[in-house]
Design a protein around this ligand. Structure first.
Ligand code: AHG
Ligand code: MN
Ligand code: MN
Length: 350
């Protein structure tokens, strides 16, 4: 190899090894948007900061008095609130309110929307929705949990307060969506509608660093993910499909934190389902805080997402903040395979 070629090769490997932090990546990507004002960039940065704070608390949860059920608490959907649910919720709200980059917030843990006071004379264009901690039942047993978020452009007049209609928008209107998974390592994955990228937290420098560029979901995978304990409560088409998965020797993986199951599916392929049960006839998962953001991520990575009655999740017109939905999401070939079972066995008009 000539000296010049050697130099070029070493430069190439140096540049591919160069650390790209989340902040740097967000700022660079801002240039892709026409008329970008920096607000969206600021919001994504705020969420990254809140994620680091939540991560710190999740990691030492066994050492400080932050495990267990919060005092007398139940959230809007009737779920028991854990102390970490409350903590994560407060931190996210605090970070977003302090920076004043959005005009209002809605959280799985709060009944109503929360207005964000205007900072100076700046009027804000965006609203943010989140599930501050997904997988609450896993907190006390050291199993991965996550934070899920969605960002929309407001519909109401920019000079007045935000309204409920700013939040009741279809998932296709999301301008950004993502999640943070507090797992074996902590990773933040997000999309602004131009592909999906993942950033792993390097604790030694306290920065999220680009680790998963342009994530693509495999066409199919070796696992299916469902709470099979409810098998007898599922409709015929779901039971038939689960039997089929077993016949095909697909493995079963179900973590109980949707965000962790979806992360595995993004990387290795697979399918996640939460169909209707007797307890949750409309499904358990929340359309605005869980289904929509994760569907945007999965679709952006080349996957598919629909309800148990074949409606694309991102096209659902929400009627209320805490609306639930059934969901079937994951590798495109596997979602199509399940679709055929629904078409063949469903008793309901599709
Ligand atoms: P959350 O902790 O935010 O209430 O969400 C839990 C969700 C989801 O993450 C998970 O896949 C599902 O509930 C588990 O429900 P089951 O225990 O009914 O399977
Ligand atoms: Mn959740
Ligand atoms: Mn939650």
């Amino acid at each position: 190899m000539s000296t010049t070629t050697k130099k070029k090769a070493s430069l190439a490997s140096a540049s591919s090894n160069r650390i790209v932090t989340l902040d740097e990546f967000i700022i660079r990507s801002e240039k892709d948007f026409e008329f970008a004002t920096g607000e969206l960039t600021g919001l994504l940065r705020d969420i990254g900061v809140a994620a680091k704070i939540i991560n710190r608390e999740v990691n030492k949860a066994g050492l400080v008095n932050i495990l267990g059920v919060a005092d007398g608490a139940e959230n809007e959907s009737g779920d028991t609130q854990q102390k970490l649910d409350v903590y994560a919720n407060e931190k996210l709200i605090e970070c977003l309110q302090n920076s004043g980059e959005c005009c209002a917030i809605a959280s799985e843990e709060d009944a109503d929307i929360i207005q964000v006071p205007q900072v100076g004379s700046k009027h804000n264009n965006y609203v943010v929705m989140f599930d501050p901690l997904d997988g609450s039942s896993n907190i006390d047993v050291n199993v991965s949990v996550g934070t899920i978020f969605a960002i929309y452009r407001r519909k109401s007049d920019i000079t007045g307060p935000a309204t409920i209609d700013d939040f009741l928008q279809k998932g296709v209107q999301q301008v950004a969506a993502g999640y943070v998974l507090y797992g074996t390592s902590t990773i933040l994955v997000y999309t602004t509608g131009r592909g999906v990228n993942g950033f792993t937290l390097d604790p030694s420098i306290g920065e999220f660093c680009l680790s998963h560029r342009n994530m693509r979901i495999p066409e199919k995978g070796a696992y299916y993910s469902v709470n099979q304990g409810y098998y007898s409560k599922f409709d015929l088409e779901m039971r038939r499909y689960i039997d089929h998965c077993s016949d095909q020797n697909y493995g079963l993986r179900y973590i109980g934190s949707m965000v962790s199951d979806i992360h595995r599916i993004l990387i290795h392929g697979g399918i996640f389902l939460y169909p209707s049960t007797r307890k949750y006839p409309k499904g358990k998962l929340r359309l605005l805080y869980e289904c929509n953001p994760l569907s945007m991520i999965v679709e952006q990575a080349g996957g598919k997402s629909m309800t148990g009655s074949l409606h694309r999740i991102l096209d659902i017109e929400p009627k209320e903040l805490h609306q639930r939905s059934t969901i079937v999401i994951g590798s495109p070939a596997m979602v199509d395979e399940l679709k055929a079972f629904i078409e063949r066995y469903s008793a309901l008009p599709l």
